[in-house]
Every structure is written in structure tokens, then in C-alpha cells.
Design a protein around this ligand. Structure first.
Ligand code: KIV
Ligand code: NA
Length: 265
């Protein structure tokens, strides 16, 4: 099997083929997701919630992320593999971010993801110039949940929507190849997607217009006991196996069957 490259993802973006992304934390699920056709696997710091039972992602450490990234990398070959930089591992300085991104890349990541807007552009550029592809993440950024005042939709006012567009443009100019838009009104996500020239937008609770979709694995399998957000669909309903549920997710993302208006803000 050939590994998906950044070039392949750019071609998918240009051709309008939707990018199907899921979170993944271990080798067995990595292998299953690969068989089901998932294009991109994200070792998300959501593992704090779904594996560790924390009520936020803030307690997740770099060591946790390295352990799970290495596990996922051993389980698959084809998917593009992104690892989240955990809270406190990149915000101090570009040098701190590079030091810690190198550990995730050495564990098998192909790209690192970090949260934040235009203020992170300098760090994004520092990493990209040194060979580390970067996925940005704006909108609802869970590492800032205590600053944001909860898990709520972002960019509802004209001012915050304009800020988000400026953030996305700054991150793209700094070299980010991909950006997660989390809990953003569908209309704003569509505007962002058409306003960017090279960066691929990946939505979670951001409507159907983005270049791709991502969900947390435990959410889309219906096995997370916590809060179920509006943007989640349980793909196990009616599926005969976990692999079939993941394959249906991939199919629905590619064919416009997910997300629907009911999953959208
Ligand atoms: O940690 C995570 O699972 C994420 C996705 C929700 C994008 O960052
Ligand atoms: Na995350």
C-alpha cells in the first residue's frame, strides 16, 4: 500500500474529492480505519476525554501523544497521520513548538496540529520552514475552553467572523496546509473554504462545504458516554460491524450524505 502524501491531499482538494478524516488512538483501530478507506487519521488530544475520562484536553501530555502516535503509526500505512500538539507544548515559543513537534514526527506523525489563530502564524512558519507540515485549528479550540466559557459555536457575530477569516488567511500565508474548523456556522465555513487558495479546510460541526470532515472515533461509534454534540452521527446504528460503520462514514463524507442540515449550525 502506498502512503497518502500532502501532494495527494492537495489534488483531492483541487478535484473536489472530500477528505475523510477520523481520530484514532491505537494500532488495531488504525488498521481498521485503513481498511475502511479513511484518508487521514488524527491522533487527537481528545484522547484525554475519550480514553482517559478527563473533562477537558488540558491534562494531556506530550508523552501521552507520543505513545498513541507511535501506536497508530504501527497499525497503518496508507492514511496521512496527524498528531495533536497538547496544551502547553507549543504556545511558549516557536523553538518550544519545534522541539516538541520533532518528538511527534519521530513517533510517526506526518503533520502536527496546533490550536490558535493569527497569533500562531509565526510558530506555523517556523515549523513549516523546518520540514514539519502543520494543520491549524480555529473556531472552538478545546484547549481554550476555560477562556471561551464552554463548548459553544464560534464566529456568530460579524466581528468574530471577520476575525476568523483573518486568522485563516494568516495561517495559510504562514504555510499551514490544512485547517480544522470546529463548531463554526456552515455559511462562515463555506466563505472560509472559498476564500483560501491552498489550505484544505476540514470541518467538525462546520457544515458540508469544507474540503473534508473529521469526527472523534468514539463519538461516531456511539461509545463515548459524555455529551453528544449536534454535529455527531452514530454510524453504528444499522451497521453490521465497526468496520462497516467507519466505511459508511467515509462513503457519506465523500458523497454528501454527511453532514446534513441537522448536524449543522
Ligand atoms: O482532538 C481532537 O479530536 C480534535 C478533533 C476534534 C479535530 O482536535
Ligand atoms: Na484536539
Amino acid at each position: 500500500i502506498r502512503s497518502i502524501t500532502l501532494h495527494d491531499l492537495g489534488k483531492m482538494r483541487a478535484a473536489g474529492e472530500k477528505i475523510a478524516m477520523l481520530t484514532c488512538y491505537d494500532a488495531s483501530f488504525a488498521s481498521l480505519c485503513e481498511r475502511a478507506g479513511v484518508d487521514v487519521l488524527l491522533v487527537g488530544d481528545s484522547l484525554g476525554n475519550v480514553l482517559q475520562g478527563q473533562n477537558s484536553t488540558l491534562p494531556v501530555t506530550l508523552e501521552h501523544m507520543v505513545y498513541h502516535t507511535a501506536s497508530v503509526a504501527r497499525g497503518c500505512k496508507r492514511p496521512w497521520l496527524i498528531a495533536d500538539m497538547p496544551f502547553g507544548s507549543y504556545q511558549e515559543s516557536p523553538a518550544q513548538a519545534m522541539h516538541n513537534a520533532a518528538k511527534l514526527m519521530a513517533a510517526g506523525a506526518h503533520m502536527v496540529k496546533l490550536e490558535g489563530g493569527a497569533y500562531m502564524a509565526e510558530t506555523v512558519r517556523f515549523l513549516v520552514e523546518r520540514g514539519v507540515p502543520v494543520c491549524a485549528h480555529i473556531g472552538l479550540t478545546p484547549q481554550s475552553v476555560f477562556q471561551l466559557g464552554g463548548y459553544r459555536v464560534q464566529g456568530r457575530t460579524d466581528e468574530s467572523a471577520a476575525d476568523m477569516l483573518a486568522d485563516a488567511r494568516a495561517l495559510e500565508a504562514a504555510g499551514a496546509a490544512m485547517i480544522v474548523l470546529e463548531m463554526v456556522p456552515a455559511q462562515l465555513a463555506a466563505t472560509l473554504t472559498t476564500s483560501l487558495t491552498s489550505m484544505a479546510t476540514i470541518g467538525i460541526g462546520a457544515g458540508a462545504s469544507t474540503h473534508g470532515q473529521v469526527l472523534v472515533l468514539h463519538d461516531m461509534l456511539g461509545i463515548y458516554p459524555g455529551h453528544k454534540a449536534r454535529f455527531v452521527r452514530n454510524f453504528m446504528l444499522g451497521a453490521e460491524s465497526i468496520e462497516a460503520a467507519v466505511a459508511t462514514y467515509v462513503h457519506d463524507v465523500k458523497n454528501g450524505g454527511f453532514p446534513l442540515a441537522e448536524h449543522t449550525y
